[in-house]
Design a protein around this ligand. Structure first.
Ligand code: 4NP
Length: 163
């Protein structure tokens, strides 16, 4: 059985991508697929390197029973691009930054955006909640729950990365 490695990426790795990591882990557990995947997250920047997830994001996630345990780290290129099978960004700027970090066509082909996997929401980005209020954190979780379900369906359906 081959294990697939997924890296979720946002700007600071303290709000959206640690939440994506926790939601994906929980959903894989629900689907009895935990053994088939390795999940991690990282930030475009190292501003919060070594720090825990944002306290507001942790509180909102906890209300839905997601425990945000990851510690912020930056994306490491080319290592992360070699190590992971899927590198999934949250917004337009993340995608631009990830493309700039990719050093081959094979690396670019590993990139996709989180909202590509949504089946209920039509938004094209997971918006940065950092400077906003409670509704922004809730929206992040709503989008991530939708996207993670869609991502699992896609991966387990045997289809490849959307690119
Ligand atoms: P994230 O949110 O990219 O979802 O982790 C942010 C975290 C920190 C900052 C911006 C966005 N910041 O400017 O420090």
């Amino acid at each position: 059985m081959s294990v697939k490695k997924i890296l979720f990426v946002c700007l600071g790795n303290i709000c959206r991508s640690p939440s994506a990591e926790a939601v994906m882990r929980a959903k894989l557990k629900e689907h009895h697929r935990s053994d088939k995947y390795i999940i991690d997250s990282a930030g475009i920047t190292d501003f919060h390197e070594g720090g825990a997830a944002d306290g507001r994001m942790q509180q909102h996630a906890q209300r839905r029973n997601y425990n945000l345990t990851s510690i912020s780290r930056p994306v490491i290129a080319p290592k992360d691009f070699d190590d992971f099978d899927f590198i999934i960004g949250m917004d337009d700027q993340n995608m631009r930054d990830l493309k700039a970090l990719a050093s081959s066509k094979a690396h670019v082909n590993k990139l996709s955006r989180m909202t590509d996997y949504c089946t209920n929401f039509t938004m094209k980005e997971v918006p940065d909640p950092y400077y906003g209020g409670a509704a922004g954190f809730e929206l992040v979780l709503d989008l991530l729950e939708d996207a993670c379900e869609g991502l699992i369906k896609k991966l387990e359906g045997g289809q490849s990365n959307k690119g």
